[in-house]
Design a protein around this ligand. Structure first.
Ligand SMILES: Nc1ncnc2c1ncn2[C@@H]1O[C@H](COP(=O)(O)OP(=O)(O)OP(=O)(O)O)[C@@H](O)[C@H]1O
Length: 231
């Protein structure tokens, strides 16, 4: 699905991420772990084409997308949910969803209904301005918006940041469902190691922009990942 080979990227002349390789298989999740400033968001931005890749290649569904503009990546089936539960705060939740759905015709309407099935709590909030929703509700709205584009891969940046544990569990369930039932792949940045490794089939740990540990997901990997983050 998605493959990164020795990707190096950064800002201006300064490289921040060095020589990162990873592979996200179909309908599975790879978790990108690491402490603050490790380069996790920077890596995701490169995957989305929001930052140029200095060296290395990014391949999606068999196509080299390393130099492809962001809008084309989105059209090919990569959706991005950045950190911070972004949405149009003045618009209602429904308007936020319809804004995307209307671009996709009948498929958009169908996927909007499916997204609301995945996040049933949003149904009662459709008339509320997005800016008035809680952080957890806004995160659900942001993921729902991404789903309406009909992605094959969702790139999620810290979906649990600042969110109450009960809503975290709802989001986790929804992410698992979209992988198992819709076959969507996920590349997810997380600081909560246990949470990420419950869902991920593989993980990488970044420190100062370099991969310092990799392995398979699952509870057994938590110690290994935490130890790598403590270095
Ligand atoms: N726009 C920018 N211009 C220059 N440097 C930046 C920019 N954004 C981030 N950086 C730097 O790149 C490094 C990696 O930042 P990045 O946001 O990728 O880390 P992160 O692992 O996602 O951290 P966090 O968990 O805090 O979100 C940091 O040293 C940061 O200061």
């Amino acid at each position: 699905m998605l493959q990164l080979d020795s990707v190096t990227c950064g800002y201006g002349r300064v490289s921040v991420v060095f020589d990162v390789s990873l592979q996200v298989p179909d309908a599975q999740m790879v978790a990108v772990l690491g402490n603050n400033g490790a380069g996790k968001t920077t890596l995701l931005r490169a995957v989305m084409g929001l930052l140029p890749v200095r060296t290395g290649t990014i391949t999606f569904d068999g196509t080299n997308i390393t130099k492809m503009p962001t809008n084309k990546r989105v059209r090919r089936g990569i959706a991005y949910v950045p950190q911070g539960q972004q949405s149009f705060g003045q618009l209602t939740a429904r308007e936020n969803l319809k804004l995307i759905a209307d671009h996709h015709g009948a498929a958009g309407a169908r996927r909007m209904a499916e997204a609301l099935d995945l996040f049933p709590a949003l149904r009662d909030l459709l008339g509320r301005r997005a800016g008035l929703l809680s952080g957890g509700q806004r995160q659900q709205l942001a993921i729902a918006r991404a789903l309406i584009t009909g992605p094959q891969l969702i790139v999620l940046d810290e979906p649990t940041e600042g969110i109450q544990p009960n809503v975290v569990a709802e989001i986790q369930a929804a992410i698992s469902t979209m992988m198992t039932e819709s076959g969507i792949s996920v590349l997810m940045v997380e600081q909560h190691v246990g949470y990420a490794l419950e869902m991920a089939s593989e993980f990488i740990v970044l420190a100062s922009g370099r991969v310092v540990s990799t392995g398979q997901g699952g509870a057994d990997a938590v110690e290994q990942a935490r130890a790598a983050m403590a270095l």
